[in-house]
Design a protein around this ligand. Structure first.
Ligand SMILES: [Zn+2]
Length: 301
């Protein structure tokens, strides 16, 4: 069985073909052109789906997407202005009508969690939290081996945990949210505020590895922000595992070790007993895997 998979983000649209064992047979990407809006984006996905349909005997199409997604009807419940006009787009219906194939759609961070649960860092966990750190901070919650999506498919928006009530304005309309202080973009802002100029994150981490004290102070403050947010979630959900994804997770133990250390100082002892923190294993491909897993689960294998 071949499944076409898409991962719709604000910057690029990754796509590929998987089999039911989760082997990625091919994967590529094209620019999302998100500024052109949700309608252009969905037309691009449909055009690429038709191309794949010519080359592969597809059983269906599995889509991972930015935004809050009704994972049954495949409708975008809410999307930010990163993709104008994306809210309300009936992804599943549109792609099904255009291709005649069955289509499933799930939120991208939920797909990261599903992908890591199926084939990655969380294969041995039933109660875990997956967070993705990038421009913002996304979250997905697994309880008893199942994704928890909430009453309106919007659970796990941990980027909007409040850290500083009178803090920086946030995209959600409130102030002082975690993602304004602990995302990759927030780290970049803190670096600029401290050094007076921009340093890209790869160069910044190179500096830290050579022992830059000024940089280290910025990094420690950023870690402290992140673990203050994580502390609230650990005490709410009592997870056995936190999986960390997003571009910054490429830093591996250099990210993981200070998070573990800082978090263990903040949470009550009982919560530490069965708590592990790991880096996501599949980086860019977790969402493709997770979308396929969602498809297989919905279509009964
Ligand atoms: Zn917010």
């Amino acid at each position: 069985m071949f499944i076409a998979v898409f991962d719709i983000g604000g910057t690029s649209i990754k796509y590929g073909v998987l089999n039911e064992e989760g082997t990625i047979l091919m994967d590529k990407a094209f620019p999302a052109e998100a500024h052109l809006g949700g309608e252009v984006l969905i037309q691009n996905v449909i055009a690429k789906s038709k191309e794949l349909q010519q080359e592969w005997a597809l059983a269906g199409i599995a889509i991972s997407s930015a935004g809050q997604i009704d994972n049954k009807t495949g409708v975008v419940v809410h999307a930010t202005d990163n993709i104008p006009g994306y809210t309300g787009v009936r992804i599943k219906q549109r792609v099904e009508e255009a291709t005649g194939l069955s289509v499933t759609v799930e939120n991208d961070v939920n797909c990261t969690a599903l992908g890591e649960y199926w084939k990655g860092a969380a294969t041995d966990a039933e109660n875990f939290l997956c967070i993705t750190i990038g421009t913002g901070i996304g979250g997905a919650i697994f309880t008893d081996g199942r994704l928890y999506v909430g009453a309106r498919f919007s659970a796990g928006e941990i980027g909007h945990i409040n850290l500083y009530p009178d803090g920086k304005p946030c995209t959600c309309g409130d102030h002082g949210c975690l993602e304004q202080y602990a995302s990759s973009s927030a780290l970049q802002e803190m670096i600029k505020e401290t050094f007076g100029y921009t340093i890209n994150l790869r160069e910044f981490f190179d500096r830290l590895r050579t022992g830059d004290p000024k940089g280290m102070a910025v990094y420690n403050k950023w870690i402290d922000n992140l673990t203050t947010g994580l502390k609230s979630i650990v005490h709410t959900l009592n997870p056995e595992l936190i999986v960390i994804g997003g571009g910054i997770s490429a830093q591996g133990d250099f990210l993981l070790d200070p998070i573990k250390e800082s978090l263990s100082e903040k949470i009550m002892p009982n919560y530490q007993v069965n708590l592990d923190v790991r880096i996501a294993q599949h980086a860019n491909q977790a969402n493709l895997l997770g979308a396929a897993k969602h498809f297989i689960d919905q279509k009964g294998g």
